[in-house]
Design a protein around this ligand. Sequence first.
Ligand code: PMP
Length: 461
Amino acid sequence: MTTPETSFPATPEFYFADAGGPMFYFLDDRLDASPAIGGPPTPEPPVVTTTGDRALDVASVRSDFPILGERVNGRPLIWFDNAATTQKPRAVIDRISSFYEHENSNIHRAAHELAARATDAYEDARETTRRFLNAPRVEDIVFVRGTTEAINLVAQSWGRKHLGEGDEIVITHLEHHANIVPWQQISRQTGAVLKVAPVDDRGNLLLDELERLVGPRTKLVAATQVSNALGTVTDAKRIVEIGHRHGARVLIDGAQSIPHMPIDVVDLGADFFVFSGHKIVGPTGIGVLYGAQDALADTPPWQGGGNMIADVTLERALYQDPPNKFEAGTGNIADAVGLGTALRYVADLGIERIAAYEHHLLDYATPRLSAIPGVRIIGTADEKASVLSFVLDGHEPLEVGKALNAEGIAVRAGHHCAQPILRRMGVEQTVRPSFAFYNTTDEIDVFLDVVDRLARGGVGG
Ligand code: PMP
């Protein structure tokens, strides 16, 4: 494998978010979000949202991710399982250990010094998240375990209050199980009806069909912004407009869009926007439910317990306002803090620049992969994020995954928790490489070579 540096200047124009600007291969004004070693952490600087015209320095970015130096089966690790989870930069790893070394406490500010530090760090992460999403108020940001928990919260809490017999929920055929099963469950519990907007044979969401499904009984539209199985990017803003025109609330699943495109929840207009930290170089076990002020106000608490109450007698409990109302019990404090650092890291690199670079990787890989005899790409929508699902004639996806693993390449092989859309595309499983901003075209070449040899009978069984 050649080094990342040698691949970088090949097609430099692709690395720009803003076309036409001069090209620089450095990021020397990147903010260092990691705290000083050996002392209390310094306050983190504000999130940077402007990216200017600097290029993405992939070699430098790669050196931020310790795990990319790992060897697997004697080969350098190639991490192409980014849609499942992303790797973590040193800044995030250090921030979490620094939290446990210098700040660890439960978050009850007034109790003592460490409680104040932990509370500040946790609330600072909430503010960072607010700014990353351009949410109007810090109270709109609820920390949860991840996308799955956020959707279940909305389904069980908002849904139980607002859904009744014959009311309708509209989802799309593209959804991850996390945005299907909670709606099936609440539909059974309330008598609501679940409707599904179709896709075409290439995996494009049919918005006109979606609009036809939304009507006076529709209480909620829940749709993904990027499909994890096919990579399809949906027009989430139009989905929100359609839902709102009919008086429905709209939830957008941002699990796959959050690391690949700028998100502005005000511009998007969604009532709920949800994502998981681990998909955007943050820790597992922490995620976000953004809710518009009136939507959260209209949502009862989900779980009861400590932290979420204003006053409790043995007869009744008075709840706090959002976000505390939805954060019962001791939350995942350290990982919330780590998520804040992850979002700063991504913002410093520039999400537009990341999107442009990942697009370049997709554009590089797609024609080369489809040129391999027996390869069929599953999901060829007009707009795609860097997910490249495929099947190979005569080889089970798992077998392809094992052959790639033998060469140090990690991909997902299976149904990707999105069985309905794979079945719609005529398959049960696919092989799914998915690229992040720390991947390179050289890594893609190594991957293509293994698939090509397998297709020609030269690798494995
Ligand atoms: N929705 C989509 C589109 C996803 O890709 C995923 C994760 N694969 C989820 C929801 C669920 O996320 P989590 O497992 O982090 O809760």
